[in-house]
Design a protein around this ligand. Structure first.
Ligand SMILES: [Zn+2]
Length: 478
């Protein structure tokens, strides 16, 4: 809950992401009752708790619109895996050995790591919640961490054997009533649908009836790799499933007319550039989305492969899109300007993320009246000095270790580089115990008995997807 007292963030370099306010070389922000009450170059001395922001970049907290948070204890185990190896190792393998306490430990670590790195809103794309107890554990960790979060319920491993013929678990109705009936709380609910790539068409249509019954926003993977060529969005459009509260994750191999269908129906997109390039989903769709008028949000996806901070996601996104843009130019060095700027990518990682998860009027920019989800980034490190282009420094030079202070709805959850809402040592230990349990169970079981740490173990691959969904028997999964 927001603090009732006043906080004055004094003398920082402010990147507001508010189109009217822009950037302030030096400025103050007044936070009152958890909301942003004033932004100006100098608010003078005020009766408020002062946080000295000199030498800091002050900006809105990041929004990660798609992360399979439960996987955090298996961090980097798949950094050299293909999509097929990830499907075999993670979904057919480790996911089946998660006990509710492991889901809790995973979500606690993943959510704490996100908050620590300045991600103040995390959409937890939770697709290893096989039982109600698993869901309870995942949600409990999100509430405990103190960040803003969206619990996106996606069932468990048994419903991710593709194409699934099993309907979405109706336990989501219990979850809605038990945890998400009161307005104004920091953790909210979304429906993480498998959609036509991962479930049969019949099941998808029935799942969307449940979507309407639940009344929560939707997030769905579409356009990753070969599946995207089966025109999943065109099929959804024919069946009236496209809507403005749907976030389309990946979008790499969707056709241009499908991207336009998303734009025409007001939907949002989530680009996970790190994982899309590793797993062969196709080129990140950033530029193609922009061409149809969709400004995408960014996401981390799986920490079993890539890092969990938005700094990495921004850098990969801008680097790849600039490479694509330059490759399309006959004389790249003679362009008037680059098409994609650092401020654009910061906006994707903040305001567009907030819009994608339905919180665009609450967070995502430093705007008077919005909730104070704000981060302070140190600029005294050698790699940040001298500070000549704040947005450029955030995208290309900053990292999670420089996030000094984090506020969520005006509550200080990180100060002086230390998270105050969770015991980091306990979180790390729980995650290591879970990792040990998962490895022991895997080695004693018959799914991935050769599982090992260290990077040399490559799980047997699952057959690559092909053809129309209703005909296939076995699929890799995102
Ligand atoms: Zn995903």
């Amino acid at each position: 809950m927001p603090d009732s007292h006043r906080i004055l963030l004094k003398g920082g370099t402010i990147i507001t992401v508010d189109p009217e306010l822009g950037d302030l070389t030096v400025g103050d922000i007044l936070v009152e009752d958890g909301r942003i009450a004033a932004v100006a170059p100098d608010l003078g001395p005020l009766d408020a708790e002062v946080i000295d922001a000199h030498g800091m970049i002050v900006m809105p907290g990041f929004v990660d619109t798609h992360r399979h948070t439960w996987q955090a204890p298996l961090r980097n185990i798949g950094s050299d895996w293909t999509l097929g190896q990830y499907s075999a190792g993670m979904h057919r393998g480790f996911s089946t050995y998660f006990r509710p306490e492991d889901t809790y430990a995973g979500n606690l670590l993943g959510a704490a790591e996100a908050l620590d790195s300045g991600i103040t809103t995390l959409l937890d794309w939770s697709h290893s919640v096989e039982t109600p107890e698993h869901s309870d554990a995942a949600i409990s960790a999100l509430f405990e961490t103190g960040g803003r979060a969206v619990f996106a319920h996606a069932c468990g491993a048994s419903r991710w054997q593709m194409p699934s013929a099993v309907d979405h678990d109706r336990d989501i109705l219990r979850i809605r009533d038990q945890y998400f009936s009161s307005a104004g709380q920091l953790v909210t609910l979304a429906f993480a649908a498998r959609g036509p790539q991962f479930a049969s068409h019949e099941v998808t249509l029935r799942d969307w009836e449940l979507v309407r019954e639940v009344g929560a926003p939707v997030t769905v993977h579409v356009g990753d790799g070969e599946w995207g060529k089966t025109r999943p969005v065109a099929w959804m459009n024919e069946h009236g499933l496209l809507a403005e509260d749907v976030t389309y994750v990946h979008c790499n191999t969707l056709a241009d007319d499908e991207l336009r269908m998303i734009a025409d129906t007001g939907g949002s997109a989530s680009v996970s550039a790190d994982i899309e390039t590793q797993m062969g989903h196709g080129w990140p769709a950033t530029g193609r989305l922009l061409a149809v008028g969709i400004r995408p949000s960014l996401s981390i996806d799986v920490c079993t492969s890539n890092g969990g901070s938005m700094f990495g996601a921004m850098k990969t996104t801008i680097s790849i899109q600039r490479a694509l843009d330059n490759a399309a130019e006959p004389n790249p060095g003679e362009q008037q300007s680059l098409k994609l700027g650092c401020r654009d990518v910061i906006e994707f990682a903040t305001l567009q993320g907030a819009r994608a998860v339905g919180l665009g009027d609450r967070v995502g920019s430093i705007t008077v009246g919005k909730d104070a989800d704000i981060i302070l980034i140190r600029t005294d490190a050698l790699g940040m000095r001298p500070l000549n282009h704040p947005a450029g420094a955030v995208v290309y030079s900053a990292h999670a270790g420089l996030v000094d202070t984090v506020l969520v709805a005006g509550r200080v959850v990180k100060r002086g580089g230390v998270l105050t809402t969770v015991d980091a040592e306990r979180v790390g230990k729980l995650a290591e115990e879970t990792r040990d349990h998962l490895l022991r169970s895997a080695q004693a079981g018959d799914r991935i008995p050769d599982a090992q740490l260290g990077g040399d173990w490559l799980p047997g691959t699952v057959r690559a997807p092909s053809g129309d969904n209703d005909g296939a028997t076995e699929r890799s999964q995102a």
